[in-house]
Design a protein around this ligand. Structure first.
Ligand SMILES: [Fe+2]
Length: 295
């Protein structure tokens, strides 16, 4: 069902990226008709399971990564981002299912980066109201890879994962391109290794997207169902928050919201997008001097 009234994306910052449009499992079962950046796209597979993605009469580039079909409406400079943990044979691979969110992809990524909401949104799981402080952490834009990273994040979590009890989580966040995001966490099951949790985002229109958490975990004990259900509970809580943020488009003007120390990831993310000149999915920037003092 197509209900959007928005038009096709014409923003090269967004066009020249790879996006997941379906899982390989979905498309193996039936053709997938979906939308990407305001365009209707169709994904099919041949008898050998090789996928094709079409935008009208055009055949789009395709990559098969992490159990998903990725495509682009532009000409990306880089390939689909690398998740090293995906190559480790003993990892649990846990795709958690698509969820549609009525908000912009930037809002979804920003929420994923935000630790300050843990005690209030994921109470008793990823945070508790007795420990709400976000400890100081380090954020940076890595020029050599053009990615945003937040490192040395710690937060007390009453129930960090499906199998663990309360302890301090050690987290690293990564934004490999404008509308994809990842989290690495010291594994509760093996402190010498990192769990990798990606949020694959398919921007449909400027204020609608699909997103799917995909986890590569070191967890020999939990059942697959337990791992999926744990993440789905978290994600449903996030959806309520994200869909109620206003404006739905991501503000990039620093005057629009007052940052706090806990928002360092968000501030860095927005600054990075603004420097790229990103327009699609963001609040339009007004020329300097055109806003009133109380705007
Ligand atoms: Fe959350």
């Amino acid at each position: 069902m197509t209900t959007s009234t928005t038009t096709r994306c014409d923003d090269p910052v967004v066009l020249n990226q790879w996006y997941p449009v379906c899982s390989e499992q979905e498309v193996a079962e039936a053709a997938v008709y979906t939308r990407l950046l305001g365009a209707d796209v169709e994904c099919t597979v041949d008898a050998d399971g090789v996928p094709t993605v079409r935008d009208g009469d055009d055949t789009l580039p395709v990559r098969r990564r992490y159990g998903f079909v990725w495509t682009t409406l532009g000409t990306p400079e880089k390939d689909v981002f690398t998740i090293d943990e995906a190559d480790e044979a003993d990892r649990r691979y846990v795709p958690c299912g698509w969820m549609t969110l009525r908000s912009s992809p930037g809002r979804v990524v920003e929420n994923f980066l935000d630790m300050a909401h843990f005690p209030f949104v994921h109470t008793g799981i990823l945070g508790g109201e007795a420990a709400t402080e976000v400890a100081r952490y380090t954020w940076e834009i890595r020029r050599e890879t053009d990615e945003v990273w937040a490192t040395d994040c710690t937060f007390f979590q009453p129930q960090m994962s499906a199998a663990s009890e309360g302890s301090f989580a050690h987290l690293t966040y990564r934004v490999p391109n404008p509308y994809q995001v990842m989290l690495y966490r010291i594994s509760p099951a093996d402190p010498t290794r990192l769990d990798a949790i990606a949020l694959f985002v398919q921007p449909i229109d400027e204020t609608v997207c699909r997103a799917q958490p995909v986890m590569y975990l070191v967890d020999p004990d939990s059942s697959h169902t337990e791992l999926v259900q744990f993440e789905q509970v978290i994600f449903l809580q996030d959806r309520i928050i994200v869909e109620n943020q206003r404006p739905l488009l991501l503000p990039l003007d620093p005057r629009d919201e007052i940052p706090t120390r806990a928002d360092a990831s968000s501030v860095t993310y927005r600054r990075w997008l603004k420097a790229k000149g990103l327009r699609w999915g963001a609040v339009p920037l007004l020329p300097a001097g055109t806003r009133g003092a109380d705007a």
